[in-house]
Design a binder for this molecule. Structure first.
Ligand SMILES: Cc1cc2nc3c(=O)[nH]c(=O)nc-3n(C[C@H](O)[C@H](O)[C@H](O)COP(=O)(O)OP(=O)(O)OC[C@H]3O[C@@H](n4cnc5c(N)ncnc54)[C@H](O)[C@@H]3O)c2cc1C
Length: 486
């Protein structure tokens, strides 16, 4: 089926490997260039530390696309687990259900706090904030200041690194739909449900037995078996172009790879700056204006087999910096090397260059252990080992102008570099999950090989991921906030 065209793929994450897999399956000549020395899977890789496996941030497999679900089954027929999901909010030593269930929450808060929460709600109803512009305004108007401070403010600010007063109310409106204070109070007063035991086992999710990296290693092996090449430790730094598009892809070591088609999963921000001759100043400026939130994971090995029953915990406590704690042993028992131990992932959201990002690994390990201790989850001395992974460009930021910048870059690429196909999460600056990233790759390949007219940029722009069993997005659902324009 190959017509002699050379297809170069930048990045061996989900999007790049899916493109490579589809291309090699259809007989094409494919070269994948990956910056990482060791791993495939990009943000969805599974790191291995002394036999313990952990994700950069827990990666559930969920998709609304039957095509992607079928593909996962085809690639890992025997190793896809169905994992019971237990996730709770940890706030000042008490567990609350996640997604938030106000009825249970009011009961767990006890009489005095519930009364204070109710008074704060009544004050908000009597004197609502006007105009209602920010995430904070929206929540306080509907739930009162006390609940806002307890369940919405800290976690949101940890994740996004900006005050809730600067986040647009649209995000709250999408995110908190279906929760109502008055119906919660009616529920508490009217019929008391049994409130014992973990109430947050709301669903299950799919997960590879050895973590998401298992899937991506499998896809890499399939690409190699089909005759494709995957080169590690090679960062693309320049794309040489002629009148009809990219002609050669240059890597940091000076190697040049001739190309007829290029699929790029490198951040769109970077892509706009690596073309030679360079893109117009407006396009390069649009690239540099695209922002990311960075992230780091401290993997902590604990010398105890049963630390807590949750797959992960949201940490709303303002006295610690950690935002989420994954317990990989509860995702799959095979993630842990020694069955008498546990492997936790302490997740910190940060920006490159800030205090957390710059902290020494040994200090971060100490911080993680001390925060586990302070939260009452694990005694610090039981944290026996660990590793720090810094993850740049983890979350594409959707500020007020990002759509305009994306469009500027896209229009110019379409016109001037038509054989360059941005795909994936950073590649399209889209808040994509693995399934979206894969879909953008499949669509781009069909555009090239079949002359189809798909729009990979539109994947994941219309649908919304409802993560809860009730169909409403819970706190932390995969939507992104916009910075408020004042
Ligand atoms: C904390 C966190 C939790 C998540 N949870 C989930 C989840 O539960 N479920 C889910 O489905 N998704 C989840 N995601 C999203 C998922 O990780 C991404 O959607 C997916 O990995 C995107 O794939 P990609 O190939 O587009 O990009 P990436 O995974 O970013 O891969 C890009 C690859 O390109 C390489 N690269 C970049 N620049 C260059 C260059 N110049 N030269 C060569 N190589 C380069 C990188 O090294 C990387 O390997 C999560 C993401 C994060 C950060």
């Amino acid at each position: 089926m190959s017509n002699g065209d050379r297809h170069v793929v930048i990045g061996a994450g989900p999007a790049g490997l899916t493109a490579a897999w589809e291309l090699t399956r259809r007989g094409c000549d494919v070269m994948v260039l990956e910056a990482d020395d060791t791993y495939v899977g990009g943000l969805s890789r599974t790191q291995v530390y002394r036999g313990n496996r952990f994700d950069l941030g827990g990666h559930r497999f969920y998709t609304k696309s039957p095509r992607i679900a079928e593909l996962w089954r085809e690639l890992l027929p025997d190793d896809l687990l169905q994992v019971p999901r237990i996730s709770r909010i940890h706030y000042r030593g008490t567990y609350f259900p996640y997604p938030i269930d106000l009825g249970i929450t009011l009961r767990r808060l006890g009489l005095r706090s519930s009364a204070a929460v109710s008074a704060s709600y009544l004050r908000a109803i009597a004197r609502p904030r006007r105009p209602e512009a920010s995430f904070e305004d929206w929540i306080v108007n509907r739930f009162g200041r006390r609940l806002f401070d307890t369940f919405f403010k800290t976690y949101t600010e940890k994740v996004w690194g900006m005050p809730c007063s600067e986040i647009s109310k649209d995000w709250a409106a999408q995110r908190i739909r279906g929760l109502s204070f008055s119906s919660a109070v009616r529920e508490v007063i009217g019929h008391r449900r049994d409130d014992d035991g973990p109430k947050t086992l709301i669903s299950s999710f799919t997960y590879p037995r050895l973590g998401p990296g298992q899937l991506w290693e499998q896809v890499r092996d399939a690409v190699l078996a089909n005759g494709g090449e995957v080169v590690h430790g090679t960062r693309v730094v320049r794309l040489h172009r002629g009148p009809t598009g990219v002609t050669e892809v240059e890597t940091h070591d000076g190697n040049r790879y001739p190309a007829d088609h290029v699929y790029s999963t490198m951040p769109l921000r970077d892509l706009a700056g690596v073309l030679e001759p360079s893109a117009p100043a407006t396009v390069r400026e649009a690239g540099t204006a695209l922002g990311f939130r960075d992230f780091l994971t401290v993997a902590v090995v604990v010398d105890h087999p049963a630390v807590f029953p949750d797959t992960w915990i949201y940490v709303h406590d303002p006295n610690v910096s950690v935002a989420r704690i994954q317990n990989y042993r509860n995702w799959s028992a095979d993630m842990v090397q020694d069955p008498t131990t546990t492997c936790l992932g302490m997740e910190y959201f940060c920006n490159r260059g800030d205090d957390l990002w710059e902290m020494d690994d040994s200090d971060l390990l100490r911080l993680a252990a001390s925060e586990l201790d302070a939260l009452g989850l694990v005694d610090a001395e039981r944290c026996i080992d660990g590793q720090v992974i810094r993850v740049p460009d983890a979350y594409p930021v959707y500020d007020h102008d990002y759509e305009r910048h994306r469009l500027t870059i896209r229009r110019w690429l379409d016109e001037s570099v038509p054989n360059l196909h941005p795909i994936g999460r950073g590649g399209l600056h889209n808040y994509n999950s693995q399934d979206h990233a894969m879909m953008t790759a499949l669509l781009a390949v069909e555009n090239v090989l079949d002359g189809a007219d798909h729009d990979p940029w539109a994947v994941n722009t219309e649908e919304e991921y409802a993560e809860t069993s009730s169909g409403r997005p819970g706190a932390g659902a995969r939507l992104v906030p916009q910075r408020l324009m004042r």
